[in-house]
Design a protein around this ligand. Structure first.
Ligand code: SOE
Length: 376
């Protein structure tokens, strides 16, 4: 058994999901590699301590450069706000560390290109945490699509809806609300939420060739948590776009943080010549499937409860009929990363895969600004 000694940078919501996945994966998935929570890195020692104790990190660093110098760290997990991804990833690659980076890969395509060049030059294993690919029902959708059951694809439709920024008193900047600060996040819902939808879409339905988008910022000024001053909001609060896929199908994507009543509703639907598929994060273990070849008197949408041992990942869990949830998408991502180390095959989505998502995000934002169609 080889140890995979993890240095985690950041301890927010994603720090928790990833830490949990490192602990859980080896208990359920076989690998020659076993994650060890070696060090947690965060600027604020007092805040880092309870997190490190809770999850069992062996040590704490308050400077990520010091973490990268350590010989007892094999892999760095970047869970910081987006504006730090590039610098840390490039330095980590130079230090020969494997890198697992939170999504989106970067603030923009130019940064992403530098990051891809760095990891490919260093030859270090790398992966980006687009976790929804690893929800078993979504992986099953991929299996069904790859089998050709849907036939020619006509439509791909996806939504990611939230409502947590409707209140104009929510600040921008700071530890909890950096996602509203363009300097920390790079963009709003496009990089934060649509990036998930785009990653899944590229994986399931192939490349996007061109896009046309609209964005809106509903609350124009918010107090900045760091300065205490009201400052213009420069992120997109909502974004919708149309696109063409290379396979000839049409895409329709919508994301917002202003859909009252929706906390985190990610859905997609794919319509093919022979069959359709749809999925809903709030019912994440179910895949809806309609097959036109069914006998007409019983034809209709079937709801596949993805919990059988033959279905993706499920053979590693309980017994058929008993389901799993959101956290397991991260556990599966760790399990797949460990498997990639066992086999020497690259893990996905790699930095290069995630760069493609970044390119689509940039084209979407440019198109919204110029009110144009943009090639990706
Ligand atoms: C934002 O609220 C957020 O936490 C995203 O940053 C995550 O990537 C998404 O999965 C859930 O929503």
């Amino acid at each position: 058994m080889k140890e995979l000694r993890i240095g985690m940078i950041g301890y927010g919501f994603m720090g928790k999901t990833h830490s949990n996945a490192y602990v859980q994966a080896p208990n359920f998935f076989q690998s020659e590699h076993k994650p060890v929570l070696k060090a947690l890195c965060a600027r604020n020692l007092e805040k880092a301590k309870p997190f490190a104790e809770n999850w069992g990190y062996e040590s704490i660093e308050t400077d990520w450069r010091a973490l990268l110098k350590r010989d007892d760290i094999d892999a760095v997990d970047i869970c910081t706000p987006n504006n730090l991804h590039k610098e840390i990833a490039i330095e980590a690659a130079k230090a020969g560390k494997m890198i697992l980076c939170e999504k989106p890969l970067a603030m923009n395509t130019a940064e992403g290109e530098e990051m891809v060049a760095a990891v490919e030059k260093a030859g270090v294993p790398n992966m980006v945490w687009y976790n929804y690919r690893r929800v078993p029902a979504v992986s099953l959708a991929k299996q069904i699509l790859d089998s050709g059951k849907l036939g020619r694809i006509f439509h791909y439709r996806a939504n990611f809806l939230q409502d947590w920024t409707i209140n104009a008193d929510v600040p921008q900047g700071g530890a909890a609300t950096w996602r509203l600060d363009v300097d920390a996040a790079g963009s709003g819902v496009t990089g934060d939420l649509l990036a998930h939808c785009i990653d899944t879409a590229l994986w399931l339905n192939g490349s996007i060739t061109d896009v046309t988008a609209m964005t809106e910022t509903f609350v124009k000024e918010r107090m900045h948590a760091e300065t205490g001053k009201k400052t213009p909001v420069e992120i997109d609060d909502a974004c919708s776009f149309l696109c063409h896929f290379k396979n000839g199908s049409l895409g329709l994507f919508e994301s917002t943080r202003y859909a009252r009543g929706h906390k985190a509703l990610y859905t997609f639907e794919i319509n093919g010549e022979n069959a359709s598929i749809r999925w809903d994060l709030h019912d994440l273990h179910r895949l809806e499937y309609f097959d036109h070849a069914d006998e007409s008197i019983v034809r209709g949408w079937r709801s596949i409860h993805v919990s059988d041992g033959d279905q993706p990942y499920m053979g590693n869990w309980w017994v058929p009929g008993l389901q799993i949830g959101y956290e397991h998408s991260f556990t599966h991502q760790v399990a797949d990363f460990l498997k990639s180390l066992d086999t020497g095959e690259p893990a996905h989505p790699s930095f290069r895969d995630a760069l493609e998502t970044q390119r689509v995000c940039d084209a979407v934002l440019t198109s919204a600004k110029k009110r144009s169609w943009e090639n990706v």
